[in-house]
Design a protein around this ligand. Structure first.
Ligand SMILES: [Ca+2]
Length: 125
């Protein structure tokens, strides 16, 4: 193998390793989410910046997607299709959690319906 061929093979291996390695949430994904939910509460927008809307930690590997992140991955990030679904099984749709309750749609440990911002606001109406 010539020196040039070895260099090409090495670069190809590096690119292949990078391309097939762990999938990370990109700023494009975060920005797309933040654009769609532009009026979501600051807490969730910060969580989006930290990848915590779709992942269980800010180490945004494909291995630690939560239920909402898995849903979005499987439906090619079709946010509209994901909105009426209750990804974490807490009785509230993803859209309710994002736009009304200010809770993470893929995190069952988010506040319960009785302690959500939406419930507290309705208490004072
Ligand atoms: Ca839910």
């Amino acid at each position: 193998m010539t020196r040039k061929n070895m260099l090409v093979a090495s670069l190809s291996l590096c690119l292949l390793t990078y391309a097939t390695g762990t999938a990370h949430a990109t700023s494009g994904i975060k920005n797309a989410w933040k654009t769609r939910y532009a009026t979501a509460c600051a807490t969730l927008r910060t969580a989006a910046d930290q990848c915590l809307i779709c992942h269980t930690s800010s180490n945004a590997d494909i291995d630690n997607l939560n239920a909402y992140g898995t849903l979005l991955m499987n439906n090619n990030r079709n946010y509209a299709a994901a909105e009426p679904i209750d990804s974490d099984g807490d009785g509230r749709t993803n859209l309710e959690e994002i736009m009304t309750d200010c809770t993470r749609p893929g995190d069952i440990t988010s506040p319960t319906a009785a302690t959500t911002w939406g419930a507290m606001k309705s208490f004072y109406r």
